[in-house]
Design a protein. Structure first.
Length: 301
């Protein structure tokens, strides 16, 4: 374990698992919300903004005064964050929850690929394995979705698009996180994303105001506050391998929810495809430099 990491305790490990489980509940709340999926994403952010202000203040993270270059990066990152959530929430409505969770987290593999481009070198063995497993697993899942229903395939592609957009958010947000801090960055990303998501919801003609507020409140608490809060608390204490393995709790929880609440039954090809994509996510984490400290907030928000 890196010297930059603090000593991990059972509380840190519980927080790491709890954060991933909380994030895995998000797709269920999107499905249960009686607003549109993009509208649910708007409320997910809006209800969390006041708490981000409070958490930033408590942790002495500045909400103003950042250099102009940092602010432009945060602004662009907030737009990509909103596009990511919009695409992901639309995809959640159209595909199986396990697929949505796996494809939505594809940003981990894309960020690893971008890192290789930035370093101008060929992938090493763990990186080749990560990319190969993810590609083969994704092909299996996409092929299965096409066999089941064209709508399910569209949902998978929207979730993959979300993972692609989330990569841009993370890359743009890195400098803002270093200058502002994680909670201040989440505040600005959420605030900037609100008009973007509201505009998309209106263009899509979605129901905007929920009649049952419980799902969107639960979505905001689990996905934005508890999930992110526990991960920010825990991530710095663990190496990439442990973080990657903990990430696998998300699709496991999502598959269980899909089976219990939405009668989503997986066949052997589905399970194989999910296992390959999950292996790719773990290997992408393993391929990170062991001396690098995990980046806070790189898990799906």
């Amino acid at each position: 374990m890196s010297k930059a990491m603090g000593a991990a305790t059972p509380w840190h490990f519980a927080a790491l698992l709890g954060g991933n489980v909380a994030l895995a509940l998000g797709p269920m709340w999107v499905r249960l919300a009686d607003s549109g999926p993009v509208s649910a994403g708007f409320w997910r952010l809006a209800l969390a903004v006041p708490f981000f202000v409070l958490l930033a203040r408590v942790n002495r993270q500045p909400l103003t005064g950042a250099p102009r270059g940092v602010l432009w990066g945060v602004l662009a990152g907030g737009v990509f964050f909103a596009l990511d959530l919009s695409s992901w929430h639309l995809g959640i409505e159209l595909t199986r929850l396990g697929n949505a969770t796996l494809f939505g987290n594809a940003g981990s593999i894309l960020i690893a690929a971008w890192g290789l481009i930035a370093l101008r070198r060929w992938p090493r063995t763990p990186e080749w394995l990560a990319f190969s497993a993810a590609i083969v697993g994704s092909a299996l899942l996409l092929g299965r979705s096409l066999q089941i229903d064209h709508t399910t395939l569209i949902g998978d592609l929207l979730c993959l698009l979300a993972g692609f957009l989330y990569t841009f958010y993370i890359l743009l947000a890195q400098r803002g996180r270093a200058v502002l801090g994680s909670w201040a960055l989440l505040f600005w990303s959420s605030l900037i994303g609100l008009p973007v998501m509201a505009g998309f919801a209106v263009l899509l003609g979605e129901p905007f105001w929920p009649t049952n507020w419980l799902p969107v409140i639960a979505l905001s608490i689990t996905s934005q506050l508890i999930g992110q809060g526990l991960l920010v608390y825990a991530l710095r204490h663990f190496p990439p391998l442990v973080i990657g393995l903990a990430l696998l709790s998300q699709p496991t929880v999502s598959v269980a929810i899909g089976w219990i609440w939405f009668d989503e039954v997986l066949g052997a090809p589905d399970l194989l495809g999910m296992a390959l994509v999950a292996a790719g996510l773990v290997l992408a984490r393993v391929a990170e430099r062991p001396e690098a400290q995990p980046t806070e907030g790189d898990e799906r928000p």
